[in-house]
Design a binder for this molecule. Structure first.
Ligand code: 3PG
Length: 307
């Protein structure tokens, strides 16, 4: 059995060594395709792979069609919007993610981004503090929860919105106030941290109206996906409200326009940084390898997302 790790943005070496250990211990072969620059390299590498580990790499219908022996794809991370689930399911290929494994790294980055913007991107004489401010969490999943808890520890008032969590106790346990509507959330939040996945329902859903409802001096923090932002609405809101700020870990399609028009009020990392820690790479990479071995040997489908 051949397990291919295909990562345009490679894992830390320690993570790759750990993955190799798990794969070879199970009696399988590891193949590595790192820093590839063209889709054709991936199409060639998957041709004889039985299992595939990826990060944000695009596993399209074309990739799946080229992978004649493929049985399982594991997205080492949370969001699996990069995998064509319909194409995988049509071939009976199991798709999994590794929920929670890189959440702490993303949560730490979200908090760092809030501080960076509240210190006016480290401009002397112009900063303010996040303590005492209201932090809104949009979606209280693995990352959202950690951001909420860390925000509480830093003295923030934390509110959250998550229509998929009915149990109030989940929020109460963290001292977080649950709000009933998305409108209420944005209206209350000096800092709004986005943790929604990119789905047909969420794409383009964060735009002008929600941004305009935020308090004076508010900052939108996006460590989720660029697709959830209505970019034209964002430009309009930032134009009309000179106090609003936007910081993102996934550059917008119109990032050059944002940078040019709004200067210090916007910031995007050059490459997605959320899961770029040794710990996150090790946790997610090793979990992916273990899940593959457990599936191939024992049929365990616990983390399957295309059931
Ligand atoms: C995730 O969905 O797990 C994060 O966005 C991290 O993505 P990455 O592995 O491409 O850095």
């Amino acid at each position: 059995m051949k397990i291919l790790v295909a990562t345009e943005k490679p894992f830390a070496k320690k993570a790759v060594d750990g993955i190799r250990g798990i794969v070879e211990n199970a009696g399988y072969e590891l193949a590595l395709l790192e820093k590839y620059t063209d889709k054709s390299e991936l199409l060639e590498a998957v041709a004889d792979a039985d299992a595939l580990i990826v990060r944000s790499d695009k596993v399209t219908a074309e990739v799946i069609a080229a992978a004649k022996n493929l049985k399982i794809v594991v997205r080492a991370g949370a969001g699996y919007d990069n995998v064509d689930l319909a194409a995988a399911s049509a071939r009976g290929i199991v798709v999994m993610n590794t929920p929670g494994q890189n959440s702490n790294a993303v949560a730490e980055l979200a908090l760092a981004m809030m501080i960076y913007m509240s210190r006016n991107r480290f401009t002397p004489g112009t900063g303010s503090e996040i303590q005492g401010k209201t932090l809104g969490i949009h979606a209280y999943g693995n990352v959202g929860k950690l951001v909420g808890r860390k925000g509480k520890a830093l003295g923030m008032n934390v509110v959250a919105y998550d229509p998929f969590i009915a149990d109030e106790a989940v929020f109460e346990a963290d001292g977080v106030k649950k709000v009933a509507t998305v409108e209420e959330l944005y209206k209350a939040s000096d800092f709004l941290s986005l943790h929604i996945p990119a789905t047909e329902q969420t794409k383009g859903s964060i735009g002008y109206d929600l941004l305009m409802s935020m308090p004076k001096g508010a900052t939108l923090v996006n460590t989720a996906r660029k697709e959830v932002i209505d970019e034209a609405g964002l430009v309009r809101a930032l134009t009309e409200r000179e106090d609003l700020k936007y910081i993102t870990d996934i550059a917008a399609g119109n990032q050059a326009e944002l940078d040019e028009k709004f200067g210090k009020r916007v910031f995007a990392t050059a490459k997605k940084m959320g899961a770029e820690t040794a710990e996150a790479n090790i946790n997610a990479g090793l979990a992916a390898a273990s899940q593959i071995v457990d599936f191939l040997k024992n049929g365990n489908t616990r983390f399957q997302v295309n059931k």
